[in-house]
Design a protein around this ligand. Structure first.
Ligand SMILES: [Zn+2]
Length: 297
């Protein structure tokens, strides 16, 4: 089974859902960086969460989750776009590295005094950023709380992750349910019913069953329909052109002194480790073309 996400809905219940499974994307991202097994777990969970959000938000563009803390996790950044392209990275605080090997994974401890931001970056239109409090025991619970508070739509998020697999399920009351003929109480009851069944999923079945099999096992009495799958994969958006654009934001004098000193400038992508080298001549050409454009403008 390739990495994919699928939407599902119920014939009679005012609830929408998403279900995701990831393996190859996690391996590709983690193997590029040789992340220790213990932190791959959190990266896997974050990738699944980010993709569930990107798909439920349904924008043309990119959704990212960025977590920074003064504890084990210095920086965690994951992104997913509407075409299912994902990338991610993780930096560990060296002074806390010993905790990774000595203690079992503990989300709250590893992100202590941290901040989590959701950024929605549409291709057209305004960027939006929300801050998610990190006061729950898992990332999924923190995001679930955020949705419940900010959108006031009852939401349930369940994620299983290990060092090379992630499975997630997202349940939410339909936004229009509150205004429809289905009473509020019935909506709440439907949400609680679906959430309770979702909570019965075990990690082994989440990792082993197909989405169809699992949804049938959970909701065969509720007339569940599953939509076609969207394939997910690792793909980095870095390019030589983007690196060049980044170089032009530096002070030209600084750029010249840098290339004089080192003879070339090496830029390594933090996400995919791709390396781009700019020699002295290329840097000079870049500066000249920038200066020309400056004159024309
Ligand atoms: Zn890259």
């Amino acid at each position: 089974m390739s990495d994919n996400i699928q939407r599902f809905s119920f014939a009679e219940l005012p609830i929408r859902g998403e279900i995701i499974s990831l393996t190859k994307t996690i391996d590709t991202i983690c193997d590029q960086h040789q992340y220790p097994k213990e932190v791959r777990h959190l990266l896997a969970e974050s990738l699944a969460a980010c993709c569930l959000l990107a798909d439920i938000i349904k924008i043309e563009g990119r959704v990212s989750l960025q977590l920074q803390s003064a504890s084990v996790i210095k920086l965690l950044l994951v992104e997913c776009d509407n075409q299912g392209r994902m990338r991610g990275l993780l930096h560990i605080n060296e002074e806390y590295e010993h905790l990774i090997n000595s203690d079992p994974f503990n989300f709250k401890q590893w992100v202590a005094n941290g901040q989590l931001a959701i950024t929605i970056d549409p291709d057209k239109g305004q960027r939006y950023q929300g801050v998610v409090p990190l006061d729950q025991m898992t990332l999924a619970e923190c995001l679930e709380d955020y949705f419940n508070m900010s959108e006031q739509l009852p939401t349930h998020i369940k994620i299983f992750a290990d060092h090379h697999k992630a499975f997630g399920i997202f349940i939410q009351t339909l936004p229009q349910a509150a205004d429809s003929s289905i009473g509020n109480e019935d909506t709440q009851q439907a949400f609680e019913h679906v959430t309770a069944l979702t909570e019965t999923v075990k990690q082994e079945e989440a990792f082993e069953l197909s989405h169809e099999e699992l949804l049938y096992r959970l909701f065969h009495q509720d007339e569940v329909s599953i939509y076609p799958e969207k394939t997910l994969k690792f793909e980095c958006s870095c390019s030589r052109e983007r690196n060049m654009a980044a170089l032009t934001t530096l002070d030209p004098a600084e750029l010249v002194s840098l290339v004089e000193e080192q003879n070339e400038i090496e830029m390594v992508c933090d996400f995919c480790s791709n390396k781009e080298i700019f020699n002295r001549q290329q840097i000079m050409e870049l500066l000249i073309s920038e200066a020309d454009q400056g004159v024309i403008n």
